[in-house]
Design a protein around this ligand. Structure first.
Ligand SMILES: Cc1cc2nc3c(=O)[nH]c(=O)nc-3n(C[C@H](O)[C@H](O)[C@H](O)COP(=O)(O)OP(=O)(O)OC[C@H]3O[C@@H](n4cnc5c(N)ncnc54)[C@H](O)[C@@H]3O)c2cc1C
Length: 399
């Protein structure tokens, strides 16, 4: 019979895997349960902000990050009716630029390192189907094959649709309407000068984005209007729609290579905050506690930052439930602040995207309004890039 671990971590995304690694390296017995067999989920985000890089540095993982395939993002730009409103180059006053790292490569590397720890049980391809209780305390989990596993603390890192959050009866307080978007990929190589950095594209009442990913493929997004049905279009038709948002060099590539555009993948993202992140025997982290919008690439970074704070508190040897309360208290303010900033970005985008007189006015006066819009945009970016640095514990001093 498998011995009971001290911790069960459910979900091997950025939150769960980085937490399991730190707990196992700290000598704790951890079972890491992951529903999928592999990490090759399509369109996982891959932008690591300086805030996420700071978290990896705190875990002592910068050398590991340095060995992974990656690309520094050149900058950010906003385009209205195919004309540039403003452009901002990285690293925008931070020490590090926003860096694109394929998430599959990052997770594989974290796993390889975690599996060197004898105290880690790695259980891929096994979904948790229910929480176990002893009285009012959560005492373990039941897997989809019926196997039961008990632990001192179950940590739910099972993403934005968290089964553990539902099973624990913890309500998700939603912020605004769900965001629905379609994601496309145009396999590289594409001419380097067709897209620079991350481009937000607003035209004809529609919003999209374009960016070259770490592997040189072109990633494109199309924001759906709330409740909109998905139009059944061919790749070329979607390429034409996206080209209608894009400035000329990108539009030409989309039209020339339209048949190679992937079928759209639809995402529905409800931003929110769990009313509480813990119950006796249970702690929620990452998107399970606070599902993030993809706007300005926050979720992976916050998941990594949650795990640094959680690992430090859980390894300190005190009572697990008290530690879980402290973790929530420590992490909630930063997450809340960044969700509000994401909401402000979304509101501004929606206002410009849906108001054609405003859009055309801005387009005509962009020589004057571009620098003002840039200043307003930049004023929000500090915390979205760096988080609140004082929120993370100080790095441990190596002996
Ligand atoms: C389109 C899109 C693009 C994005 N781009 C970025 C970006 O560039 N940068 C950024 O920082 N953020 C980005 N995000 C947000 C980011 O992907 C998430 O916030 C982040 O992945 C959250 O990490 P997590 O570990 O909490 O959860 P997840 O990454 O969702 O991982 C949860 C894991 O739990 C597993 N799981 C779920 N249920 C069970 C179960 N019952 N039993 C066992 N395992 C289970 C899943 O298989 C999964 O591996 C993007 C989001 C979207 C939708």
């Amino acid at each position: 019979m498998t011995p009971s671990p001290r911790f069960i971590v459910v979900g091997a995304g950025p939150a769960g895997l980085s937490l399991a690694l730190q707990l196992a390296e700290g000598g704790a017995d951890v079972a890491l349960i992951e529903a999928s067999e592999r990490f090759n989920r399509q369109f996982r985000g891959e932008a690591l902000m300086p805030s996420g890089q700071q978290a990896l540095a705190q875990m002592g993982l910068l050398p590991l990050l340095g060995e992974l395939p990656q690309r520094a993002l050149e900058g950010w730009s906003v385009w209205l009716e195919q004309r540039r409103l403003f452009v901002v180059a990285e690293p925008m006053g931070s020490l590090q630029p926003c860096t694109l790292v394929p998430q599959e490569a990052l997770l594989e590397a974290l796993l390889e390192r975690a599996r060197r720890c004898p105290s880690l049980q790695w259980r891929p391809g096994q979904a948790v189907r229910r929480l176990l209780r002893q009285g009012s305390r959560i005492s373990g989990i039941e897997l989809s094959n019926g196997e039961r596993l008990e632990a001192e603390l179950v940590i739910g890192c099972d993403g934005r649709g968290s089964l553990l959050r539902h099973q624990a009866g913890i309500e998700l307080r939603c912020s605004g309407e769900p965001l629905e978007l379609l994601w496309f990929e145009l396999p590289g190589p594409v001419p380097k000068d067709c897209v620079w950095g991350f481009q937000t594209l607003v035209a004809g009442g529609q919003i999209g984005s374009a960016c070259l990913n770490a592997s040189g493929d072109l990633q494109l997004a199309w924001l759906l209007k709330p409740g909109a049905k998905r139009d059944e279009l061919s790749s070329e038709e979607w390429a034409q729609r996206l080209a209608n948002l894009a400035p000329p060099p990108l539009a030409e590539v989309l039209i020339e290579r339209g048949t190679s555009l992937s079928a759209p993948v639809r995402f529905k993202v409800q931003v929110g905050m769990a009313e509480r992140w813990q119950q006796p025997g249970l702690l929620l982290l990452g998107d399970a506690a606070h599902p993030m919008s993809p706007i300005r690439a926050q979720g992976i970074n916050l998941a990594l930052r949650d795990s640094v704070v959680a690992a430090r508190a859980l390894l300190s040897g005190g009572d697990m439930d008290t530690a879980s309360i402290t973790i929530e208290q420590q992490r909630r303010p930063e997450v809340r602040r960044l969700q509000k900033l994401q909401e402000a970005e979304a509101r501004q985008g929606h206002l410009i995207g849906s108001n054609s007189p405003l859009r055309y006015g801005l387009t005509l006066t962009r020589g004057l309004m571009g620098p003002i819009a840039k200043r307003v945009w930049k004023a929000r970016q500090g915390p979205l890039r760096n988080g609140q640095p004082e929120q993370l514990p100080r790095p441990r001093l190596e002996p």
